[in-house]
Design a protein around this ligand. Structure first.
Ligand code: F6P
Length: 584
């Protein structure tokens, strides 16, 4: 099954666009506000006692099971949320996204990351042009290039094979690829293809990150991939210049052509930097940075490490969810249900945070990636039409793999604040361990916790139960668990490249659903700009003070004092230094 979109509706008037009303003014929103009072009278202990309700709160698609029966919600709540989706024109908004309409209105761009994993014969248009052939043109080039590097027909300046890759990039040009790389590292198939190879990520402009990345690597066998949508991001460009210096220092200027390649939408700047445009891999402005892992941003470093065939499976997993998201009815649509439940928790029950708790060490970089996808997308103060929101959008995402998190912040989740939790479990471990004479195998031990924690949160433990256990009176309040703490569970069949793609797309679309309901633009990120421009002012001051001895001017008392102290304490830093690279 493939979806064929032949319509580009960017020029067609869509009735709901005429309305600038905020969703909070809709009848369904107001109805849900009233309904909160009913839900406050319930407890998950009672809700969980109704098997019919629980059965209705399970959805399966492509071997993924979502169980949301531990949400503080009844079937009535869920129906009201579907009504809210209707009032927010959710289905139309999803269609507009897939049709290539310029729904990122403040940047006047389509939002078409789904095209990055579409089948070769799919038709997905932006500005009436089918973008899928361009996508596959780059994928073919990536396949060819990564195979040449991997089979040793593309070698470094001294004729040695390039076994190690450093991918330089930050934010969306880093977090998604890092998540997928970390998840694939222990997958038996991917691991097999990565034998003898290393992939590292240089993101932070902190020189310590440079030191960590180059330590133990030989420039002769290293390929540097500069990943930047804009090719202007200060951190990435300084890191790229730093590693260019590292290569030139060891191998001379002509080595850059063999040891540095780029991924960007800005090919003129790639060339200006000194990278051969033939060694640059394009993507397009209709791919948001945080949604770019399925473009060359992720596909190049991951194909170099694992081979294109593995990465193609990852793309297929994401595509399966795209089709589901596009075509499944709302009541069976996993990203839609997840998005609506987040809206319920944030905007109605008033829980501002969400914990992402994968019971798989391979998913240790999933929460950091979703932090960007979710918080950069939905942390907005105005509606898509520019009106101040009378409610808070977005949520605070954080997480750690279980069981590590259990020995860290779960105390707060069990007895302190109410934080809706996403438990993500995997049926078949990537790396099973069985020990003779143990009660259960190691993965079963992990999964015992995955199955137990949601019930501990939902049911809690009452004072009466503790009294029956003859607990000393003075400890009863300390050992009481109120319960009624919502969670949902996602059970994946395994964690291969395909499943990783599925998981990624589920969360990407969930975030879009939330933004569509809140009526915000989930695809711009103006909030990151102010800090960047203030850093430019500081950078100029540091340069002027170091080179010309100029005094610190134009800052408030606090910043001026701090900057002056910093400059004074580092007065031994040379104003016109020779290149110095970390040596550890
Ligand atoms: O600072 C935020 C941001 O613009 C992100 O949205 C983006 O993923 C990141 O910077 C990196 O941008 P680029 O890929 O253009 O270097």
């Amino acid at each position: 099954m493939s979806f064929l979109f032949i319509a580009d509706v960017s020029s067609i008037g869509v009735s709901y666009m005429a309305s600038v009303a905020l969703i909070s003014e809709s009848g369904s929103w107001k109805d849900l506000k009233v309904h909160v009072e009913d839900i406050k009278k319930t407890h998950l202990r009672e809700l969980m006692a109704d098997p019919g309700r629980c059965q209705s709160m399970m959805v399966e698609f492509d071997d993924i099971l979502l169980d949301y029966s531990r949400q503080c919600a009844t079937l009535e709540t869920v129906n009201k949320l579907f009504k809210l989706a209707e009032d927010a024109c959710l289905k139309e908004k999803i269609n507009r996204m897939f049709s290539g309409e310029r729904i990122n209105s403040t940047e006047n761009r389509s939002v078409l990351h789904v095209a990055l994993r579409a089948q070769r014969d799919a038709v997905i248009c932006s500005d009436r042009k089918n973008v899928v052939p361009d996508v596959w043109g780059v994928l073919d080039k990536l396949k060819e290039f990564s195979e040449r590097v991997r089979n040793g027909s593309w070698v470094g300046a001294t004729g040695k094979e390039l076994k190690d890759v450093i991918a330089i990039g930050i934010g969306g040009s880093f977090l998604g690829p890092l998540f997928v790389h970390t998840a694939l590292q222990t997958d038996p198939e991917a691991n097999q293809y990565a034998k003898g190879r290393q992939l590292r990520f240089l993101a932070n402009v902190d020189p310590i990150d440079v030191a960590r990345n180059i330590t133990g690597l030989n420039p002769e066998t290293t390929l540097v991939v500069v990943v930047s949508k804009t090719f202007t991001t200060a951190e990435t460009m300084l890191n790229a210049r730093t590693l260019r210096a590292w290569i030139i220092d060891a191998l001379g200027p002509s080595a850059v052509a063999k040891h540095m390649v780029a991924v960007s939408t800005n090919l003129p700047l790639v060339e200006k930097f000194g990278i051969d445009p033939n060694n640059a891999f394009a993507f397009w402005d209709w791919v948001g940075g945080r949604y770019s892992v399925c473009s060359a941003v992720g596909v190049l470093p991951l194909s170099l490490q694992y081979g294109f065939a593995v990465v193609e499976k990852f793309l297929k997993g994401a595509q399966s969810i795209d089709q589901h998201f596009f075509s499944a009815p709302l009541e069976k649509n996993i990203p839609v249900i997840l998005g609506l439940l987040s809206i319920w928790n944030v905007s109605f029950l008033g829980y501002p945070a969400r914990a992402i708790l994968p019971y798989s060490q391979a998913l240790e970089k999933f929460a950091p990636h979703i932090q960007q996808v979710s918080m950069e997308s939905n942390g907005k103060g105005v509606s898509i039409d520019g009106f101040p929101l009378p409610f808070e959008s977005g949520e605070i995402d954080f997480g750690e793999p279980g069981t590590n998190g259990q020995h860290s912040f779960y105390q707060l989740i069990h007895q302190g604040r109410v934080i809706p939790c996403d438990f993500i479990g995997v049926i078949k471990s990537q790396q099973p361990v069985y020990l003779k004479d143990e009660i259960v195998n190691n993965h079963d031990e992990l999964m015992s916790n995955f199955f137990a924690q949601p019930d501990a949160l939902a049911y809690g433990k009452t004072a009466e139960q503790l009294q029956k256990e003859n607990l000393p009176q003075h400890l009863i309040s300390h050992k009481t668990f109120t319960g009624n703490r919502p969670s949902l569970s996602i059970l994946l069949p395994s964690l291969n490249a395909y499943n990783i793609g599925q998981l990624l797309a589920i969360y990407e679309h969930r975030v879009a659903v939330q933004g569509f309901i809140w009526g915000i633009n989930s695809f711009d990120q103006w909030g990151v700009e102010l800090g960047k421009s203030l850093a430019t002012q500081v950078r100029k001051q540091l340069h002027a003070s170091r080179v010309k001895g100029e005094p610190v001017e134009g800052f408030n008392f606090s910043t001026k004092t701090m900057l002056s102290k910093y400059l004074k304490a580092t007065s031994d830093v040379p104003a016109d230094p020779h290149t110095l690279l970390p040596k550890i």
